[in-house]
Design a binder for this molecule. Structure first.
Ligand code: SF4
Length: 464
């Protein structure tokens, strides 16, 4: 019921391939869940570069003419975006394509630079002019700093000035470069098809675009792909503590992706099993709130033995409601998105498994649908602890005060939702499902212990 969280972005790139634009298009379609506000590509034929960006979904931005226009280009990077820093306008759509030291370069970002405002001011004071309000452009100004002797030198020295979460994909006429921040907040992985390399935010895009998942880009690694092959180096020490975003596993990534060294599907199923062990209830059916709770509901059903049913039918022609920036539009879309199947629900005690509660308003409306369908009892089970702190690393949540769990305890939320019982998965159970990697994850939205300092506590309007 993640009505007020938005993923920020998805990246996909391919170097030196037949039909690079078609592969990138398919890759971006597979990552559409990571951003619905804008999409774009930048392409090169080894000499010149060209690009196209637009507002809306991938199929809204690209048509056959666009694909035909880029067919001669053998390398491309693409981006789908939801804005976290920087307003939702075409000028902020990515990849950004500029001339750096007289040579074209394109860049796309998934993440949030927590010292972007400080860096921007520093460069503005020195006379730099910014044309967008994104932190992606801040990165370009850091790279363009005349103190760097060459672009190579710029890469080596610039990345350590960036704080926060960042996965970056660059394209020049001669190479594609993938970068992942030292903490590894966001997922980024490499795929291969023969001698052709691809980069993607999530492995699910490789399956569709015809690549084999090879490995994840390591936190603190820079991977250059050019006519000589793949060259991977570290720009940050390996010892840097890892802070993978646990919410990617709980909600954002696709179930069929493999990120942070594990299957998203299996982790979610394990969360559902843990919920059943922790908060069993006498009930006649388990159902999920699609699609965030689907795998966890299966785990709950397997552990508890309570029959699993599809209690909601989804209108598949409406995108993820929370991804829309206007609250009004979001509320309207949320009502249209799901319908409860009364034939299945009527007269039953129902366990409803979901991934999170943000503001609580959409959750309440969903539960209203289940009750209208005739449920005798409704027991809500959430696959993570209460969300109490906003994210500063690239997930656009509400401010702390808008998160219902920051204001109310679970019993009060239970009353607000008007359900028979509500249980959030215990913090330790959530981590236990990670096995030995339990200390490698960011959990700041539950605990407020931000792993990277928040030098600039900005909201997107301040930069916009
Ligand atoms: S604060 Fe939460 S949503 Fe943000 S990176 Fe950390 S775990 Fe992910």
């Amino acid at each position: 019921m993640s009505e007020s969280m938005r993923e920020c972005c998805g990246l996909f790139g391919v170097y030196d391939a037949d039909s690079a634009i078609e592969k990138t298009y398919i890759g971006l379609m597979s990552l559409q869940h990571r951003g619905e506000e804008s999409a774009g590509v930048a392409c090169t034929d080894g000499r010149r570069m060209d690009g196209h960006v637009g507002m809306g979904l991938v199929p809204d931005v690209f048509n056959q003419n666009t694909v035909d226009r880029f067919k001669p280009f053998r390398s491309a990077i693409g981006h789908v975006r939801y804005s976290t820093l920087g307003s939702s306008t075409i000028k902020n759509a990515q990849p950004l394509l500029i001339n750096l030291r007289g040579k074209p370069i394109a860049v796309a970002l998934n993440g949030q630079i927590t010292n972007a405002a400080t860096l921007r001011k520093e460069y503005e004071d020195k006379g730099s002019i910014f044309t967008t309000s994104t932190d992606t452009e801040v990165i370009l100004h850091v790279l363009a700093d005349p103190r760097h002797a060459s672009l190579q030198d710029a890469f080596e020295h610039s990345l350590c000035h960036l704080e926060g979460s960042f996965c970056l994909l660059f394209l020049t006429p001669k190479e594609m470069i993938a970068v992942r921040d030292p903490h590894g907040f966001k997922p980024l992985c490499l795929g291969q098809q023969g001698n052709t390399w691809a980069v993607s935010s999530e492995s699910c895009a490789f399956d569709h675009a015809g690549f084999r998942f090879t490995r994840e880009v390591e936190p603190g690694e820079i991977v250059k792909i050019n006519r000589f092959g793949l060259d991977a180096r570290r720009f940050a020490p390996k010892e840097c503590p890892r802070s993978h975003c646990i919410f990617e596993l709980i909600y954002f990534a696709r179930d069929d992706s493999y990120i942070f060294g594990r299957s998203v599907y299996s982790y979610r199923k394990a969360l559902g099993r843990a919920l059943a062990l922790e908060s069993g209830v006498e009930a006649e059916m388990v159902m999920s709130v699609p699609s965030g709770g689907d795998s966890a509901a299966l785990g709950y059903h397997e552990e508890s033995g309570i029959p699993l049913e599809h209690g909601f039918v989804r209108n598949r022609y409406i995108g993820r409601t929370f991804i829309r920036p206007a609250d009004l539009e979001r509320a309207k879309l949320a009502d249209l998105k799901l319908n409860a199947v009364s034939d299945v629900i009527k007269g039953k005690r129902v366990v409803v498994v979901d991934d999170s509660i943000v503001r609580g308003t959409t959750s309440r409306s969903r539960i209203g649908l289940i009750k209208q369908a005739g449920a005798k009892e409704v027991h809500v089970r959430i696959t993570c602890p209460p969300l109490k702190h906003t994210c500063h690393y690239g997930i656009d949540m509400q401010q702390d005060e808008d998160l219902i769990a920051a204001q109310y305890d679970p019993r009060q939320i239970e009353r607000f939702l008007a359900v028979d019982s509500l249980h959030y998965l215990e913090f330790d159970s959530m981590l236990d499902c990670l096995g030995d990697a339990r200390n490698d994850f960011c959990v700041a939205c539950f605990k407020g212990n931000y792993p990277v300092k928040l030098r600039d506590k900005v909201c997107k309007e301040q930069l916009g």
